[in-house]
Design a protein. Sequence first.
Length: 178
Amino acid sequence: MAKAAKRTNEEAGEDVIIGPVTETVTYMPGNGDPTSVTWCGHTFQANMPKEITGHADGSAGQQLNHHLIERARDNPHFKVGDARAKRAGRELPTTPEGYRAYIAAWLQDPSLQTTDQLIQRFARDRDLQAACEVGTSDWELISTLFVPKLHDMAKADELTEEQVAKLWVNAGINQLPW
């Protein structure tokens, strides 16, 4: 919670902060992000709150801290005070390029633990793939990411090629796009 000296501007009917502001700022990394970051001279450890004091009219360091607090409010990887961290918008892609980036991101999802989960996840995207007009050259690029992941998961699950083929058929996919 912000701890600040306030004065009411009675003429304008608004509160004006005239003293330093102290906030707790917490770095909340996403999947694959580093465990610590340095921003405005402060090193933030993942999920460890750090108290920052800034002042809009103070010294250069205090002004920098004030700027950090204000920018952290809009940053989805930071939480300021008791406020919830803003989540990055997860809009679905609309172009082949967007779909390639989208699939590259979900292939790194740690919740995909089995070959069946990977294939089911891919199968759920059929309508999205069509809407994005994913073409032959896109599938060639996607296959360079997807096939090694599929191979590694099938090997870890100790599945034969026939068993993997059956998983594809069970997911409703009779022909692979690549």
